[in-house]
Design a protein around this ligand. Structure first.
Ligand code: C2O
Ligand code: CU
Length: 462
């Protein structure tokens, strides 16, 4: 049974499992999972034609959904059956540093044929994900990603909880993933490697069953290497209830579009009023349908919308915060040349280009022995960032959540919690967080080619 058949035949079956590709990963009592990365195939382009050669977790696209309850211990025995080293990162989890899965920083890479045991407790409920974190620019867009859902003890959306992993692919005319241009300098120095095809849970244009009169939660995860998706939830009647795994205190009806950058998540609540088909659109230039809701007959009763409880995150103390500047620069469109005004010589630039480095944080291109900044445990950091490049970036901090306070000098009314924030050309963004998780943590652009070509540093909390 292929996944499309699975999707259709189980449309209104036992609730929460109806859409998420959770086959083959039964949690035992203690949440012990087996996860194997290996070459595999999947059809990305409709149901006909040759499947594409990919790299998959447990042979599935996306990888199996890992779903546990808040505070539970998660143990994952990971095996690498690829021909290159890899590791697994648990994106957005306030995790023990040793389990963060950053090859070369928090653990040695898992070599071909070897295994690694991940063992952690997820303190927050929400929509998270996991993905390869060694040469991620190459490994993630070949398929090495999956959803990590942490449930509350009591979930108001139980039985109507739909994970939608959105992935951008660069396919040739036969629907095969193009692989010979991974690492192309032009992609790295511009907007990253963009695709030409979008799938939802590995399926192109899926039909997602909903029930009339019932509240559903949609957990959107952008697992694309570089593609920013502009989502307009009000166009299909959905309210936004959380971002990056953190639930709001009240639902929001947002009339404008919201950017869902690589690695970001958006939780939506939707209660369809009538049966029929509702297209789900992204606003990439013009509306573009990437899935259809098929609304079936009424749920037994109309319930009110109940919000899950928010997570208990440490409030930044802004009056004692230490200010850390973060200047993003480089890239094509004069971005690299402008570094010459910032103390780089012509020779420095030539050297950078030779090494495939196009981007800098505070003038530094890429991880080395010294942290970009450090913090004493418990200290509040106020990061004042400025995007001096001509491109967008999606900045991710490992091990922590932060509040986005200000954009271009304007205070944001909600100071939402994030683990990844978007910044556009010329923009200044202020974020704050309590550095309370000891260890060495990565800070990087989640446009994976940007990270590989300079926008990747680390900070230390001790
Ligand atoms: Cu989603 Cu450094 O990762
Ligand atoms: Cu970037």
């Amino acid at each position: 049974m292929d996944r499309r058949t699975f999707l259709q035949s189980s449309a209104f079956a036992a609730g929460a499992t109806f859409f998420s590709p959770r086959l083959g990963l039964a949690a035992q009592a203690e949440n012990v999972f087996e996860l194997t990365a290996a070459p595999g195939t999947a059809r990305l382009y409709g149901t006909d034609g040759e499947p594409s050669e990919l790299w998959l977790y447990n042979g599935m696209l996306p990888g199996p959904e890992i779903r546990v309850k808040r505070g539970e211990r998660v143990r994952v025995r990971f095996r690498n059956e690829l021909e290159e080293p890899t590791s697994v990162h648990w994106h957005g989890i306030r995790i023990d540093n040793a389990m963060d899965g950053v090859a070369g920083l928090t653990q040695p890479p898992v070599m071909p044929g070897e295994m690694f045991d991940y063992d952690f407790v997820a303190p927050d409920a929400g929509t998270f994900w996991y993905h390869a974190h060694n040469m991620s620019w190459n490994q993630v867009p070949r398929g090495l990603a999956g959803a990590l859902i942490i449930e509350d003890d009591e979930d108001p959306f139980a039985g109507a909880d739909i994970t939608m992993m959105l992935s951008d692919w660069r396919l040739n005319e036969d629907g095969q993933l193009i692989t010979d241009d991974f690492g192309a300098r032009h992609d790295f120095s511009h907007a990253g490697r963009l695709g030409n095809w979008l799938t939802v849970n590995g399926i192109s244009l899926p039909e997602i069953p909903l029930q009339q009169g019932r509240w559903h939660r949609l957990r959107l995860i952008n697992s694309s290497a570089s593609r920013i998706l502009e989502i307009a939830p009000s166009r299909f009647g959905a309210d936004v209830i959380g971002l990056d795994g953190q639930t709001f205190s009240t639902p929001r009806r947002i009339e404008s579009t919201l950017r869902l950058s690589p690695a970001q998540r958006m939780d939506l609540a939707i209660r369809p009023e009538t049966t029929g088909t509702i297209p789900l659109e992204a606003m990439t230039g013009q509306p573009f349908t990437f899935a259809n809701f098929v609304v079936g007959p009424a749920a037994p009763e109309n319930q009110p919308l109940k919000m899950p409880p928010p997570n208990d995150l440490p409030e930044p103390s802004l009056d004692t915060a230490r200010v850390v500047p973060l200047v993003m620069a480089g890239g094509a469109m004069e971005g690299m040349r402008s570094l010459m005004g910032e103390g780089k010589s012509e020779d420095d630039l030539r050297q950078m280009i030779q090494e495939g480095k196009f981007w800098v944080f505070n003038g530094k291109a890429g991880t080395d022995q010294t942290p970009l900044f450090s913090a004493k445990r418990g200290e509040t950091l106020l990061i004042e960032s400025r995007n001096d490049s001509a491109f967008d970036h999606a900045i991710h901090l490992h091990g922590h959540h932060f509040q986005v306070l200000e954009r271009n000098g304007e205070r944001l009314p909600n100071a939402d919690w994030h683990d990844t924030y978007t910044t556009t050309r010329g923009e200044t963004v202020k974020i704050a967080f309590v550095a309370d998780n000891p260890g060495k943590w990565l800070i990087h652009c989640h446009m994976l080619g940007h990270a590989a070509s300079g926008m990747r540093e680390w900070f230390e909390v001790s």
